[in-house]
Design a protein around this ligand. Structure first.
Ligand code: ARG
Length: 466
């Protein structure tokens, strides 16, 4: 079969070499974008009178027919035609004959593929943003339902101080909000048109790049044709933002997995988000959470593989750049599904509130309360810390907790400790009194939840007025 670029070739191509060079097995995901890009390009060629109205009309109609066939699943792609661009052009030729050959005037596959990817990521990132918003909504809702649910807060995975479960949820809300911001901000660098940069140097045809960009809904155009065809920063940024987000999801999943364990028993996942074991009948495994934790690895991998592909590439286009696609598609698919699963899993998980709260009563997570109590009565904090440390050591030897020490013993250590100490040592009091901004105090968590709801409402309005 004769290649579209076959003029300069005498030898025959070999199928296994063709297969190695081809990208059609994966870049067919860009078919829609490729046709959209061509429709804008041909409209521009007509406006600038590079093509006649009649030629442009024939090409446009041909492309629209392909669009219909594509949607109906009737467009077949072949390895011989290498990639999505040559496949579509060949199909166009079959539809309308030799005039199809005029479509490629004033452009190259190099600006064409870049245009397709910019269009693809623009749509995908919008979708990612919407999915993050839905997950943030779930987090705020879970937080609101659990402002007064008490759990141990950890440092070093050791009980540190009791906190509100709602506070814990709002911490993830904060992370996901930043993730969303990063994706939103990246849109500015995705929303640029490379179309018309041609192979690398621009073109002698009097094209109108601003016009085709406008038709495609791009906000700006690349200033430099070499940069336009070889820039893949916008994909790197997507992979990098996805990696950071997956790291957040992975941390959350790790906690979910711990909380489901026999040792913790803080939460239970619904059957939908769990699986059983083929041998151990009692098992209910948090597979989905484990998979998301695991999939963070492949997303990081995609980022590193593209960084490595780009490192040391001379300007402008090199076939290495074809390696930019699979990792991007894979990442998009992975993060969209992961977000959806996270939202469902968190929304439907049930909490063992009693177990969580009880676990803050059989520990020393109220030691700071006692130290603060003494500091409040004028004792230098360091001295208070020392006294409480000794009391904790003493308790561990006796197998009791601070709330079990009788008042006489406390007063023998220091008369500063009075009967109100037991109230102070209660987990609920410990949380309640943390009024500092952004802390776990119930009033603070309530305010954070309100801020979250307000922010989501505003974003929703922005979306509907768009
Ligand atoms: N399939 C190619 C890619 O994905 C399209 C661009 C080909 N350009 C070229 N000069 N061979 O990168």
């Amino acid at each position: 079969m004769k290649k579209l670029w076959g003029g300069r070739f005498e030898g025959k191509s070999e199928a296994w070499i063709d297969a190695f060079g081809a990208s059609i097995t994966f870049d067919q995901q860009l078919a829609q974008q490729d046709i959209t890009g061509s429709l804008a390009h041909v409209k521009m060629l007509a406006k600038t009178e590079i093509l006649t109205q009649d030629e442009a009309e024939q090409i446009t109609n041909g492309l629209k027919t392909l669009q219909v066939k594509l949607t109906a699943g009737e467009l077949e792609f072949s390895i011989e035609n290498e990639d999505i661009h040559l496949n579509i052009e060949t199909h166009l030729h079959d539809e309308i004959g030799p005039v199809a050959g005029k479509l490629h005037t004033g452009r190259s596959r190099n600006d064409q593929v870049a245009t397709d990817m910019h269009l693809y990521l623009k749509e995908t990132v919008q979708e990612v943003i919407e999915k993050i918003q839905l997950f943030r909504q779930v987090l705020v809702q879970k937080a609101e339902e659990n402002i007064e649910t008490i759990m141990p807060g950890y440092t070093h995975l050791q009980h540190a101080q009791p906190i509100s479960f709602g506070h814990h949820m709002m911490a993830y809300y904060g992370m996901l909000t930043r993730d969303q911001e990063r994706f939103s901000e990246s849109l500015k660098r995705i929303d640029i048109s490379p179309l018309g940069c041609a192979a690398l140097a621009g073109t002698t045809f009097p094209i109108d790049r601003a016009y085709s960009a406008e038709l495609l809904g791009f906000s700006s155009i690349y200033d430099n044709s070499l940069d336009g065809v070889s820039d893949r920063d916008f994909i790197l940024e997507f992979l990098s933002n996805s990696s950071i987000m997956m790291m957040h999801l992975s941390r959350f999943c790790e906690e979910i997995i711990l909380w489901c364990s026999h040792e913790f028993q803080f939460i239970e996942l619904t059957d939908t988000f769990s699986t059983g074991s083929s041998i151990m009948p009692q098992k209910k495994n948090p597979d989905m959470a484990e998979l998301i934790r695991g999939k963070s690895g492949r997303v990081y991998g995609n980022l590193f593989s593209l960084l490595t592909v780009l490192k040391g590439l001379p300007l402008a286009y090199n076939k290495d750049l074809q390696e930019d696609k699979e990792g991007m598609f894979d990442t998009a698919q992975t993060i969209l599904t992961s977000l959806e699963i996270m939202a469902g899993m968190v929304e439907t998980m049930s909490l063992n509130k009693e177990t969580m709260e009880k676990s803050t009563e059989k520990d020393f997570s109220n030691a700071t309360e006692l130290a603060d109590y003494l500091a409040n009565k004028g004792l230098p904090f360091r001295q208070a810390h020392e006294i409480v440390g000794k009391l904790v050591l003493d308790c561990t030897k006796k197998g009791i907790y601070l709330q079990d020490i009788p008042l006489e013993e406390y007063q023998a250590v220091t008369p500063l400790i009075e009967a109100d100490i037991y109230q102070t040592l209660a987990s609920k009091t410990a949380i309640e009194r943390r009024h500092s901004y952004g802390g776990t105090g119930f009033d603070q968590v309530r305010a954070a939840v309100e801020r979250g709801k307000e922010a989501l409402k505003k974003e929703d309005k922005k979306n509907t007025t768009k």
